[in-house]
Design a protein around this ligand. Structure first.
Ligand code: WAQ
Ligand code: MG
Ligand code: MG
Ligand code: MG
Length: 254
């Protein structure tokens, strides 16, 4: 048995009462990890660069091992770009290569860049038409995922020169999202003011771009581009409720 641990924190009031989203996190852990993981989430909500939370929801639920699905981790590539504009152009090229219509890519970037405030979850956008498919202002929050073997993951990342928590969490999330049938690609940049690197995820690659948003901006978000004829209800259920553990490639003998 594992435990799904989920945290969402807001300022002013609860999210559903119009509070400002500060931070969220989701893990799938063993019982002995639970106290430390829960404490770390509370710390993160209380000491966040987006501000201090005064509403924190921490949920813990059991998950049966036989319901967990194994998903392969996406490989990571990094593209250094000289400016935000160059980063966004490069991201658009990758989204188009992944099968998102140019007009939908443009609409998606416009929606993300035009946000007045960060949502708690991701926007769903039709990959052909660019029309927004989720109805809420909150977006769809992906949950119930984690890395299967944390030590192996941290080693695998560190051998590629990566060590920060943003990338650790984003690669897990993107790997789950891209394992969902119906998602053509994802675009993301952080809502943490100091974190300007963003990414595009495709079915085969997680591609980082070193600048996708202005330094200091507290507005970030995610867009999942949805293929034609996708059963939205089934997709959203998978993203929110299907427990998934991500596996890194076994270490190659050297
Ligand atoms: N499900 C759906 N949307 C989410 C989730 C989730 N579990 N978590 C965050 N979001 C949305 C929400 O709108 C946030 O405002 C936005 O994404 C950004 O979240 O170097 O740190 O946690 O390779 O701030 C990407 C680059 C970092 C990492 C992403 O996102 C790298 C990041 P943040
Ligand atoms: Mg967060
Ligand atoms: Mg996050
Ligand atoms: Mg954040």
């Amino acid at each position: 048995m594992l435990y799904s641990v989920r945290m969402r924190a807001a300022q002013g009031d609860a999210h559903e009462k119009g509070g400002k989203h500060i931070s969220g996190a989701e893990r799938l852990v063993r019982q002995e990890q639970l106290p430390a993981v829960a404490a770390a989430m509370l710390r993160r909500a209380l000491f966040h660069s987006r501000g201090t939370a005064d509403f924190i929801n921490l949920t813990v639920e059991t998950v049966l091992k036989e319901n967990i699905q194994a998903v392969a981790c996406l490989p990571i590539a990094t593209v250094a770009v000289p400016s935000i504009a160059a980063g966004r152009v490069a991201a658009q090229v990758e989204l188009i290569k992944a099968g998102v219509a140019p007009a939908a890519v443009a609409a998606g970037i416009k929606a993300l860049a035009g946000l007045k405030e960060s949502l708690r979850g991701a926007m769903l956008v039709d990959a052909q038409t660019g029309v927004r498919l989720d109805n809420g202002e909150r977006g769809i929050r992906v949950s119930r995922m984690d890395i299967a073997d944390e030590q192996a993951y941290l080693c695998w990342l560190s051998r590629q020169g990566h060590s920060n928590i943003h990338i650790q969490e984003a690669v897990v999330l993107a790997s789950k999202v891209m394992s969902a049938s119906g998602v053509a690609a994802e675009l993301c940049w952080s809502d943490d003011p100091e974190y300007v690197t963003g990414y595009v995820a495709t079915p085969t690659l997680y591609i980082r771009f070193t600048q996708l948003k202005p330094y200091g901006s507290p507005i970030g978000g995610r867009i999942f581009f949805i293929k034609e004829n996708t059963d939205l209800e089934q997709l959203v259920h998978y993203l929110q409720y299907q427990p998934v553990l991500i596996n890194v490639p076994a270490e190659e003998a050297s």
